[in-house]
Design a protein around this ligand. Structure first.
Ligand code: NAP
Length: 292
């Protein structure tokens, strides 16, 4: 199949690139905003037409959660209107759209893992724009998988793991919130699952929404303690409450996603968060060694 990856220089796109580099099943087309701006409907249409795209995995997004509060129009353009363009183009070309969404579509007041069917109630601009993107994709009538994920990290780009490791090298102690629960997700594990969904489905009609994170439930504090332990850092981690760490955008207190549906659908097991964190930190270590 001819597969288009948008936003390929981001965390998820980079991991898909790595996996695709040893794949001989498909023709892969990797693009980012410099080569294909997904907000440009004519450019998207031309790309699909020229390259006979059959599957589009949309890794492009506006992911700056706090900044989105000040740039709602830009966030809406990239997270909702552009996915609508991709969906309408997929519909026209009978292509499959694989789109990634977020735990932030929920209000975060839950006490048990969120199922796909639960009503969305986003509490931030970022969450609202991602929820609207989902709605517009469903409305388009194209074939789609929408996969909601959370707490994404990798050895590429900006993310929580890399920020904590950087702080550990410059500070003796750091304060991290201990009253927000969720599950980290290594972008590599998500990339593998998305490619599996594409291979399993082929070009058959499909309209499915799934949840995917790593296994386990922790707080940002627990996550940070594990990062320090695995990376061998001595920086002390202090637990604080959300009130003690004001941020522009509201953060969900509970954003655990129920993954039963995707596990049953694909018959795959999902790695435990700590096992994947070990692999990512090892990758970061090797990267640093190569650069030295
Ligand atoms: N990061 C998380 O913690 C998290 C959590 C839950 C869900 N998600 C979702 O997971 C998906 C992947 O996230 P990620 O962390 O891999 O994102 P990312 O690292 O921020 O990458 C997004 C990529 O999209 C590119 N992009 C932005 N606007 C574009 C446009 N108009 N056309 C084409 N490309 C464009 C960005 O380029 P620039 O860098 O130049 O803007 C960047 O390369 C997103 O849908 C995100 O909403 C992420």
């Amino acid at each position: 199949m001819n597969i288009l990856i948008t936003g390929c220089k981001g965390q998820l796109g980079t991991e898909i690139h790595k996996i695709a580099s040893t794949d001989t099943l498909h023709n892969w087309h990797f693009t980012d905003v410099d080569t294909l701006d997904i907000c440009n409907a004519q450019a998207v249409e031309n790309y699909f037409e020229t390259n006979k795209i059959q599957v589009c995995i949309n890794c492009a997004a506006y992911t700056a959660v706090d900044k989105a509060e000040d740039e709602p129009d830009l966030a809406l353009k990239i997270n909702a209107k552009a996915p609508q363009i991709l969906a309408q183009t997929c519909k026209k070309h009978e292509a499959l759209l694989v789109h990634v969404s977020t735990d932030y579509v929920f209000n975060g007041n839950g006490t048990s893992p969120y199922q796909e069917s639960e009503p969305v109630a986003p509490q931030s601009v970022y969450g609202s724009t991602k929820a609207e993107g989902e709605r517009l994709i469903r409305e388009s009538g194209c074939n789609y998988f929408i996969v909601r994920t959370a707490w994404l990290y990798s050895a590429t780009g900006k993310n929580f793991v890399k920020t904590m490791l950087m702080l550990a090298d410059t500070r003796d102690e750091i304060n991290v919130v201990c009253d927000q629960k969720g599950t980290p997700t290594w972008a590599y594990d998500l990339a593998e699952m998305l490619i599996h969904l594409v291979n399993q489905n082929g070009l058959n009609p499909v309209h499915e929404t799934f949840h995917f994170t790593n296994e386990g439930i922790i707080t940002w504090y627990d996550f940070t303690v594990a990062i320090m332990e695995i990376a061998g850092k001595t920086c002390k981690v202090n637990p604080i409450t959300t009130d003690q760490y004001p941020a522009k955008a509201h953060r969900p207190a509970y954003s655990v996603l129920d993954k039963t549906k995707i596990k049953n659908y694909t018959n795959r097991t999902i790695p435990f968060w700590r096992d994947s964190l070990v692999k990512c930190i090892e990758e970061l270590r090797l990267k640093l060694k190569e650069q030295a």
